[in-house]
Ligand binder design. Sequence first.
Ligand code: ADP
Length: 465
Amino acid sequence: MKGEALHISEKARTAGNAPDWSRKALSTIIRLNNITGFLPLDISNTLKAIVNEVNNLFNLHTSCLYTADNGMLNLAAFRTPDGLPPDIHFNSSINACAALRDGLPFIACGSDNYRLICQNRKVSSDYLSHICIPLLTGNDVNGVFSVSLHGEGRMSRDEMDVLFSIANQASMTIQRYRLFETLKRERQEMEEAYKEISFLNEMLRQKINELKEARYRLLQSEKLVAIGELAAGLCHEINNPLSIILNRIECLRMEAGEVSLPESVLKDLDVIHLYASRTSSIVHDLLIFSRPHPVEFRPVRLEAIINEVIRLLEEDLKKNNCSVETVIHHNIPEIYGDHDRLEQVFRNLISNAIDAMPEGGRITIDAHISSEKSGSVEIAVKDEGTGIPDEIIHRIFDPFFTTKKLGKGTGLGLSICYGIIKNHGGDIAVKTSLDTGSIFTVYLPLRGVPVKEGSYAEGKDPRNR
Ligand code: ADP
């Protein structure tokens, strides 16, 4: 302990009435206990309350509470006669530093002693007794509590005990606050780490799913290559005899009048013709799917293609009680495409729309310059059919996927559409509802006018290469 031990209570502080002061001290300690007992702490207000209570109890000249951070003191709360923060060069601050440095209380009283200690420094003439208490937890200094008494005032040992006990309380408060803050920070860090782990987990789960999907697709595509090769070979074998059968039926039909074939034979011929034609169209689809023909890109008019398809499907539409409404905007220019392939795209989409409306209904074809995909024309084929259930929507573009009954669907229509559209540098999207039907939207790029007409491989205008 530096300086002389303080004794004899100051009159003004205790007013010569020790029991009164003891009661006051007790109630101050209880009040402070209540204030510091709350969690979470508002540390700034709590330290201010401690300083005020101490100031009132001891009737002090100045009291300051510093918190210590990495060996530096920060003034956290103070009470001075003029309400201004104490000057940092003022002796109380310097003594506070000594208490921080030594981890020991600094006590000075009486003019000579104090003046001696503070020689060469500016000393206030208002007070000469000064106490500086390090706020300790174990070896850690959490801060410093520094008080100065009026004039030559001194403290009794009892009063010093009370002051030290309040300093202890302040020390615990600061430490508790710091522990609480550390806990809060660690909890926040743990929550962030947990979020990151969950995010990474989710990413991992997605990657595993993608891998599974890719593996499945790889297997499928290997199978498809094998099926494609087999189908291509078979189709060639079937195609020739099939053409001969269809030809012969045509000849028989033409000669029917001359050789007066009976009605029943003519009916049989019609049936044979129907099934042979259906087989021929399946073979045709399979050939396109297994060995895509090189595409011939020329300027084409979408309106002409769509009208041609509607004409070709006229009978089918009528038979199934379906009507078609076309809204083709006049500002659509010619686009570059393969006429026959695009015809096939719209034939497949309209045929599917017919199949989706067993009771009949309206098909709307709306073609306009796309506002969604710039530089494209979009053609929407809308039906009022059954819609596509969620469970199968991701499979409808897969080759050989069909929900139609045997002999009706091959499951190649949409996959062929997809291939042709991609070959044109376009895209296809579907929106569907089980209540209102489906909309298949085809996006095709508008490529401008070519320098000279010709056939461009793989859907690219030579100027864009
Ligand atoms: P297919 O017509 O031979 O079945 P697609 O590839 O054209 O082959 O179609 C695959 C499946 O997608 C159909 O079997 C059907 O389940 C579904 N589908 C396609 N278009 C529609 C549509 N407009 N409405 C409802 N379902 C459709």
